[in-house]
Design a binder for this molecule. Structure first.
Ligand SMILES: Nc1ncnc2c1ncn2[C@@H]1O[C@H](COP(=O)(O)OP(=O)(O)OP(=O)(O)O)[C@@H](O)[C@H]1O
Ligand SMILES: [Mg+2]
Length: 510
């Protein structure tokens, strides 16, 4: 029988509260989820979305209130128990084992065996290949996961969840690391699952996306219910009002900056693929960045955008060729410390791997990027830096109970705010930002855009990679578009539009 017509929730949360040593992350929260529907959970960074999902999926077993599956109260012992009962979660943070292959990761804890009870590698490889094809991931299942980009790893996580054939699938920010093209693909998969009666819980800060994919929503604010209903008939402004409890005048547009002298020039930059020497991750890229300019780099996942930043930052000198000038002087960047000594800073894409030390407290993390620490000859005061980064943390409305709190305990978006704050505080000449607002809520996003604008106005040259077209259009003075390792367009502010960018991003190699 069709539950949707009868309006019976497959999953229900009643009066749930969760405290972390006295701090209530959730208070008396209710949620209903229906089969064949996508339910969005919306809320600012730190609102309690991930905590609620961890309760529903058996990660947290200690909480007040109840969780009902098909009308019956359940108490999952752990995530495996939840998955066996049809409730599967794809976490906000990636959970793959880096040195294992894609196939091994997919089947970890759910290995397929042959008639002799031995691991059936051919069968697992075949199934893995099928799944990867469904996600249009053109990579051998034997590839170790640590060779994949964050976005590709995200797709592997999704594939892993699909393998479990869930009845309730929870996606905690599945699109924060993938670009528009892959999002489209994911939405097709979600539609297929919906048609089969799967209930999907979808968390995202991209409100436009929610209107495309969600049927229903529940808003959390400071750990409490702040509204729920059908997406149809609800406006963006109404959702934001529920999320933040006030109207938000954001629509940010960078003011036209007066560009100064050239700060960075890159000529014929190439980055050889360390795995397949004949292949290039970046080929023959040339461009100029001026003081006070925000230069955006757009393109699909895997186009080589991140690698351009990595090449400039000295992360893979063995594989990089080409010339780099800083303030008109040709420089040799043979290592990260060379790059830092030249006044370059990089805010990386994956905060977990490269941006933060999770077990260290917020205060220590925020001074970690100290140029003085890495480069022997610079005289930046760490105290001043800490002050600055704390100022930025406040400005972005970062929700931290105390600066002595370990970063691991912050919500995903709040961790990202700490990463950005710490790099902004180093006050570099050239700032490289890779997906800076990944997982950040709407309110804080406009704060970050404002900060980027302010830093540019002070004369910093800023290079930003972003998969969100509205973002890149709003903050950039000029936009470079990449496709398959090459630059395919340079668009000035007047010429740039979502269409123009997509057209250039889809140009294929001859
Ligand atoms: N293990 C923990 N110990 C202490 N506090 C925690 C812990 N886990 C989460 N919190 C706190 O609970 C609150 C809710 O966090 P949660 O991760 O659920 O937020 P979220 O809505 O998912 O935010 P985001 O959009 O940034 O991912 C935050 O204030 C966070 O710091
Ligand atoms: Mg979260």
């Amino acid at each position: 029988m069709n539950n949707t017509i009868l309006n019976i929730p497959v999953l229900e949360v009643k009066n749930v509260s969760k405290d972390f040593s006295g701090f209530y992350a959730l208070e008396n929260v209710d949620l209903q989820v229906f089969p064949g529907e996508v339910t969005a959970i919306i809320g600012e960074n730190g609102a309690g979305k991930s905590t609620l999902m961890k309760i529903v999926s058996g990660v947290y077993t200690q909480f007040e209130g109840s969780v009902l599956l098909n009308g019956e109260k359940v108490a999952f012992k752990n995530p495996k128990d939840a998955a066996e009962n049809g409730v599967v979660i794809i976490h906000q943070e990636l959970n793959l084992i880096p040195h294992l292959s894609i196939a091994e990761n997919l089947f970890l804890g759910q290995e397929l065996c042959n008639q002799f009870g031995l691991l059936d590698y051919p069968k697992m490889n075949k199934k893995a290949t099928e799944l990867l094809a469904r996600l249009q991931l053109d990579i051998a299942p034997s590839t170790p996961v640590n060779q994949l980009r964050v976005g590709q790893q995200q797709l592997v996580e999704i594939a892993r969840a699909l393998l479990l054939e869930p009845k309730v699938l929870i996606m905690d920010e599945p699109t924060s690391a993938i670009s528009d093209h892959e999002v489209e693909l994911l939405f097709k998969i979600i539609s297929n699952m919906k048609a089969k009666g799967v209930a999907i819980i979808y968390i995202s800060h991209k409100i436009k996306e929610l209107f495309e994919i969600a049927d229903r929503f529940t808003v959390l604010r400071d750990g409490k219910n702040a509204g729920s209903g059908m997406m149809k008939g609800t406006s963006r402004d109404q959702l934001i009002q529920m999320m933040v409890g006030r109207d938000l005048t954001n629509s940010f547009n960078k003011c036209e900056a007066k560009h100064g002298a050239e700060v960075l020039r890159v000529q014929n930059l190439s980055f050889q693929n360390p795995e397949f020497r004949k292949d290039f991750l970046v080929s023959d890229v040339s461009f100029t960045l001026h003081k006070g300019e925000v230069l955006g780099i757009a393109g699909l996942m895997g186009a080589g955008r991140t690698e351009v930043l990595e090449a400039i930052f000295g992360l893979a000198p063995k594989y990089v060729t080409g010339k780099i000038w800083i303030e008109g002087k040709e420089v040799q960047i043979k290592s990260v410390s060379d790059a830092i000594a030249e006044g370059i800073a990089l805010v990386p894409e994956d905060r977990k791997l490269q941006g933060l030390i999770l077990n260290m407290d917020v205060e220590k993390n925020s001074t970690l990027a100290s140029l003085g620490q890495v480069s022997r000859f610079s005289f930046i005061s760490k105290k001043k830096e800490a002050e600055l980064s704390n100022k930025y943390i406040k400005k972005m409305n970062t929700k931290v109970a105390s600066v002595k709190m370990s970063v691991k305990k912050l919500s995903g978006g709040n961790q990202q705010k700490v990463v950005i704050a710490k790099w902004l505080a180093t006050n570099p000449k050239i700032l490289l930002l890779d997906e800076p607002t990944r997982g950040i809520d709407v309110g804080a996003k406009s704060e970050i855009y404002k900060l980027i604008g302010e830093l540019a106005a002070q004369g910093m040259g800023i290079l930003v990679v972003s998969s969100e077209l509205p973002e890149i259009l709003a903050i950039s003075d000029n936009i470079l578009v990449m496709s398959e390792s090459k630059l395919t367009a340079k668009l000035g502010r007047g010429q740039a539009s979502e269409e123009a960018i997509m057209k250039a991003a889809l140009i294929e190699k001859e």
